[in-house]
Design a protein around this ligand. Structure first.
Ligand code: XMP
Length: 512
């Protein structure tokens, strides 16, 4: 793999994704890994990520110069660029000239391998206080800015290079090309990480791990569990059984999407457990959001456990399939057994007598790769490009106590909003659009000749990259109008539609 050494910037995972977009497999390693540990992975190249703004700051992480001199191709970015320049004999100084954000850069001479043919003056994204004032011995300086005399250097014979700017962000329009040239042309790595190679590799790995055994998978209706299950099904066929728990907190059509569309696309063995009554009675009288989450999580595990017991009574199921993704693995320390149990759909707390080995075919993949694998495996678009939907479902979108009537009302309003957003072609522009029922709030309205006393719903359309931060989506007024008119006409209990215009932070995406 290409190893991205993470110096504590939020950009390391993004760099790894960009490397993979250049069809080269890549992983993130912490900067605390020793040179021996890193070299033991036999990296095809090493990329040093950005990090704190100054190498002179208190406690700033350093780098063993041996890493830069091990004969492995190395590329430095921002802070990693400073560390690389120093390790190779150049100079980095706190010049007092800072550059943040969009910056004009000049390509020098012929631009070298990395910048040859790019516009002589172009924009890059900068974020630095210190600057390299002297390039490493034997290296060529190929770009500069007002604040960074050495904005890029390369030494093709030594297979080292670096840039002061952030090539991984979209604000550096030629950044991906520069990364690609480093990987393919300077490091000499062949682009072989493709969706079909991922599928073949994962299927072979699953066959290896499961042998002639049997596996269980809990489907949530979301893309991760669907793709994980499909890969396992391709590998072991009928020896996989999927369990789908209908907790009654699903949106309109979601059960059918799993029972009909997913099964049609994959031919997977599916057991649906109808647990709607059970969840409703467990939620009776509960209004606190965290309490709701706990109850839904607990009930889910109990229901899943029950069906796992029934299945294991019929045959030996030794394996449990989980849709753990690479970002979870990195964030939980990246160790081999560091599966991070985030939502209740990752069934982590199973009792001792149900001891499964985990099969995690998505452990090495980013979300966009999972979607591409899903399409490659022939899953329907509706599943592959489904927007995020929380595990506790509509349970945390009925503000107040969850009852059957309230769920039905919310489901109807939500279905209309989704229909209209899809019809307007906006699904890919928004991250998700929760529809929230203010079940304990009443509002006065007028309909025909009569006064109504119903409930408001809130539309919460958001745009986001990763749900950590979000902005409210500026939906076209005519789309808002259609949603509002239809909901108030078609859903009897709702007489008011409101729009949430709060970014995150300070708001969260969900209301509860
Ligand atoms: P918030 O509301 O925290 O949501 O801004 C961020 C993202 O996470 C989803 N979400 C959840 N997903 N279980 C889940 O599986 C939960 O309890 C949960 N709460 C929020 C939310 O839909 C958004 O995509």
């Amino acid at each position: 793999p290409v190893l991205v050494v993470d110096f504590g910037a939020q950009y390391a995972q993004l760099i790894a994704r960009r490397v993979r977009e250049a069809q080269v497999y890549s992983e993130v390693v912490p900067h605390t890994a020793s040179v021996d540990e890193i070299l033991a992975r036999d990296p095809a190249a090493i990329i040093l990520s950005g990090g704190p703004s100054s190498a002179y700051a208190e406690g700033a992480p350093g780098m063993d110069p041996a890493l830069a001199n091990a004969g492995v191709p190395v590329f430095g970015i921002c802070y990693g660029f400073h560390l690389l320049v120093q390790a190779l004999g150049g100079t980095v100084e706190a010049t007092g000239v800072r550059e943040y954000g969009r910056t004009d850069m000049r390509v020098l001479g012929d631009g070298g391998r990395l910048h040859d043919g790019l516009p002589t003056a172009h924009q890059v994204w900068m974020s630095h206080g210190d600057s390299a004032t002297k390039a490493p011995e034997g290296a060529t300086v190929t770009a500069s800015t007002d604040g960074a005399p050495v904005a890029a250097f390369e030494n093709v014979a030594q297979r080292t290079a670096g840039v002061q700017y952030h090539p991984e962000v979209a604000h550096s329009p030629h950044g991906q090309e520069v990364l690609r040239r480093f990987l393919h042309e300077i490091a000499g790595i062949r682009p072989q990480w493709t969706t079909s190679s991922i599928v073949d590799e994962q299927i072979a790995k699953i066959r290896d791990q499961v042998g002639t055994g049997r596996a269980i998978c809990a489907l949530s209706g979301g893309v991760d569990s669907a793709v994980a299950a499909t890969l396992v099904q391709r590998a072991i066929g009928d020896r996989l059984t999927c369990v789908f728990v209908d907790h009654g907190l699903l949106r309109s059509g979601e059960r059918a999407q799993v029972e009909r569309d997913f099964v049609a696309a994959t031919g997977v063995n599916l057991v649906t457990v109808d647990a709607r009554e059970r969840f409703l009675s467990a939620l009776a009288g509960v209004t606190d959001p965290e309490q709701k989450r706990k109850i839904i999580g607990r009930e889910f595990i109990e229901v899943f456990e029950q069906s796992a017991r029934e299945l294991t009574a019929q045959g030996d199921y030794d394996f449990l399939v989980q849709g753990t993704l690479y970002p979870d693995v990195v964030e939980s320390g990246g160790g081999a057994d560091a599966a991070n149990i985030k939502s209740h759909h990752n069934v982590g707390g199973l009792p001792e007598d149900l001891r499964f080995q985990l099969v995690e075919p998505l452990r090495a993949l980013f979300k966009d790769e999972v979607r591409r694998v899903g399409l490659e495996l022939g899953l329907p678009e509706t599943i592959v490009h489904r927007q995020p939907f929380p595990g506790p479902g509509l349970g945390i979108r009925v503000i107040g106590e969850v009852t059957q009537d309230r769920l039905d009302t919310l489901r109807a309003a939500d279905a209309i909003a989704r229909e209209e957003l899809t019809a307007a072609g906006l699904d890919r522009d928004i991250w998700q659009c929760p529809v929230v029922l203010l079940a304990d709030v009443r509002s006065v309205g007028v309909q025909g000749d009569g006064r109504t006393y119903g409930h408001p719903v809130v539309l919460r359309p958001v745009s986001s990259e990763d749900a950590m931060t979000a902005d409210w989506t500026r939906l076209p007024y005519d789309v808002l109008e259609r949603i509002s008119t239809r909901i108030t006409n078609e859903v009897a209990e709702v007489n008011r539609v409101t729009l949430d215009v709060t970014s995150k932070p300070p708001g969260t995406i969900e209301w509860e």
